[in-house]
Design a protein around this ligand. Structure first.
Ligand code: CTP
Length: 400
């Protein structure tokens, strides 16, 4: 998955002739799967129209702090900043750079800049003498010292007719710069991750099955978090209706046998496998080919064990592969989880105790304990996304 895929980008546009290139920046980002929210300074409106940018970004382009004075509607700069993965100011004019350095907040772009907790990039665009002026170079230095990241201006012909450094970096260079930045920060770049999720259904007859209450939330959250960390993720999903996280390859299966067949051949190439699916331990040994008719007598269905996917992978595991199992326990939780860690040759068991309130099937939250061979870690009650993030951190620090 590309490094900009799924990223939420705030694009700030200043009053500069290079503003016409912002349209190409938006197009480049959208093509790469990012979401783009455009914010223009009032003087940028003289160079490009919000309509062009709104059409390309597929959402309104904002420029006013107060959207509708009469109805008291304002554009919330704090919300804009909070939801973003990065803010890019391109073109960044000398004037806006100076205001950013001084902490001025007289327009929507600047208030958003000051309140955005995400990384901020800026691509200066100005004439060569303005660019080289100590007032400007010192502002840029100060902004960099504070952690803002410059995408340096390029050399070439300028709008003034002069030639020198000051042209805004080309849109594809800007996109490449950002991709490199995130690629270097992606700890699982080049790694393959296999995840199982959700329940399995075991057919009794063509219309009935034995299943369980697993929602697949935990496995889907893991897939999203590992994909964001740069991994190539394959998600083998039991029957759940959930959206596939961005950049994740999804394979739908129904039964334990199908999950087994889908997972096994993919394990060899995987660096990490996380088996969060609630796989049925038993299945009807002879499912009826036609719908079973109701009778007065007691109905008995013979069940046979399914193949244990986790245990099979544990037997195949080679050096360097990380295998993570999940355990849902109602009693002797830790001892049982440790037993599974050994018996299934795992590197880590994520233990879910049903005794904990807010943990387990169907909840948005989870309370798990990570049990490894040398380390145990109790995580508090968290959202499944946060729990997935903690599992990722644990694997990065302890198992890779
Ligand atoms: N698992 C699996 N294949 C199965 C059954 C379970 O891959 N046929 C995996 C689950 O995805 C989970 C782990 O094994 O990662 C633990 O499953 P669990 O059902 O708790 O363990 P069991 O070994 O089946 O033991 P028990 O049901 O007796 O607790």
């Amino acid at each position: 998955m590309g490094m900009l895929e799924g990223k939420r980008i705030l694009l700030g546009i200043c009053g500069s002739i290079a503003a016409y290139k912002s349209a190409f920046i938006v197009r480049e980002f959208i093509k790469k799967g990012a979401e783009v929210q455009v914010i223009l300074t009032p003087s940028a409106l003289r160079f490009v129209t919000p309509l062009t940018l709104a059409t390309l970004s597929k959402r309104p382009a904002l420029s006013e702090l107060v959207a509708d004075e009469e109805r008291g509607v304002w554009n919330n700069h704090v919300d804009l900043g909070n939801g973003a993965d990065l803010m890019l100011i391109a073109p960044a004019s000398a004037h806006t750079l100076a205001k950013m350095a001084r902490g001025e907040a007289d327009n929507l772009l600047l208030t958003t800049y000051l309140s955005a907790p995400c990384p901020v990039f800026f691509a200066p665009a100005m004439d060569l003498d303005m660019h080289a002026h100590p007032a400007n170079t010192e502002n840029i230095e100060l902004l960099e010292k504070r952690g803002n990241i410059q995408i340096p201006a390029e050399s070439g012909e300028l709008a003034s007719g002069l030639s020198g450094t000051g042209r805004m970096a080309e849109p594809e260079h800007i996109a490449g710069f950002l991709e490199n930045y995130f690629a270097e920060k992606a700890p699982l770049r080049g790694k393959r991750v296999l995840i199982t999720a959700g329940p399995t259904y075991e057919a009794i007859d063509p219309v009935r099955f034995i299943g369980n209450h697993s929602s697949g939330k935990m496995g889907f959250a893991l897939a999203a978090v590992f994909a964001k960390a740069g991994a190539e993720v394959t998600l083998i999903a039991g029957p759940v209706s959930r959206d596939t996280p961005r950049g994740v390859e999804r394979i739908n299966v129904t039964s334990a046998a199908e999950m087994f067949d889908a997972t096994l051949p993919r394990f060899e190439k995987a660096d990490i496998a996380l088996l969060s699916a609630a796989v049925a331990d038993y299945r009807p040994s002879a499912p009826a080919e036609t719908k079973m008719k109701k009778k007065d007598a007691v109905l008995q269905i013979d069940l046979e064990p399914t193949k244990d996917i986790l245990k099979t992978l544990g037997g195949m595991k080679r050096d360097g592969q990380v295998l993570v199992g999940f355990a849902l326990e109602t009693e002797n939780a830790e001892a049982n989880a440790r037993g599974k860690l050994e018996a299934k040759n795992c590197d880590l068991i994520v233990l879910n105790s049903l005794q904990d309130e807010g943990a387990g099937f169907g909840h948005d939250t989870n309370k798990v304990t990570l049990i490894g061979h040398n380390k145990k870690m109790v995580l508090g009650l968290k959202s499944k996304e946060e729990t997935a993030g903690d599992i990722l951190d644990h694997i990065l620090t302890e198992l890779l």
